[in-house]
Design a protein around this ligand. Sequence first.
Ligand SMILES: [Zn+2]
Length: 243
Amino acid sequence: MRERIRITVFCVYVLCLFSFIMFSLNKSDNKVMSTVNPVNKNEFVIIVDAGHGGSDGGAVASDGTFESVLNLQIANKLNDVLSAVGFNTYMTRTDDNSIGDSSSTIRSEKVSDIHKRMDIMNSFENCIFVSVHQNFYPGVSSWGTQVFYSGNNNESELIARSVQLSVSDLIQNDNKRTVKKSGSEIYLLYRAEKPAILVECGFMSNKNELEKLKNDTYQKEIAYSITNGIINYLTEKDVLYGF
Ligand SMILES: [Zn+2]
């Protein structure tokens, strides 16, 4: 009986939290709320990294959609949800520009951009780094979110597992993908010294999934699912901040 009451209370809590977040997000529709929050570098912070930007658009869909644009839209929503539930956040970029030093070549700007993102990660003592990307594979049937993690920190895999499970449970029940340790192809995770994951939200090469990834409501659902996964991880670690 007591267990049933606990479960009921928990369900009501989750419903209230979800309603509050959706209400907050709907209120903020069509305006950019995400700013680089001034946070104390010693406080716990979740770094939201919108992949690519500027001359590096990332993958390009058959309809001309750039990955960098979807990454920023979803990262902005993730930042909003995380902030709404009380986390300190920091965004590596808040507009469509690269954060690298503009220089004579696209390549050197890209190198500078990735180093600056790494510097941001290293500048926080107590943080989780969450990079937002979209996948692309020539086989048009591939679909579903997949989370990659840094092999340099034990916590990274736990966070990745929690986020992968949350996305599957909440919005992709048929997603059987599993988390994957990043190799040197993902520089930021390969070199990360802090807990770090990269979320490939979906496949831009799949027309159905691309339409979803471009959809405002679906982007919010992805943002909520990632946040829920992080909360579950922190709850299990018993270090939940911001409540
Ligand atoms: Zn990417």
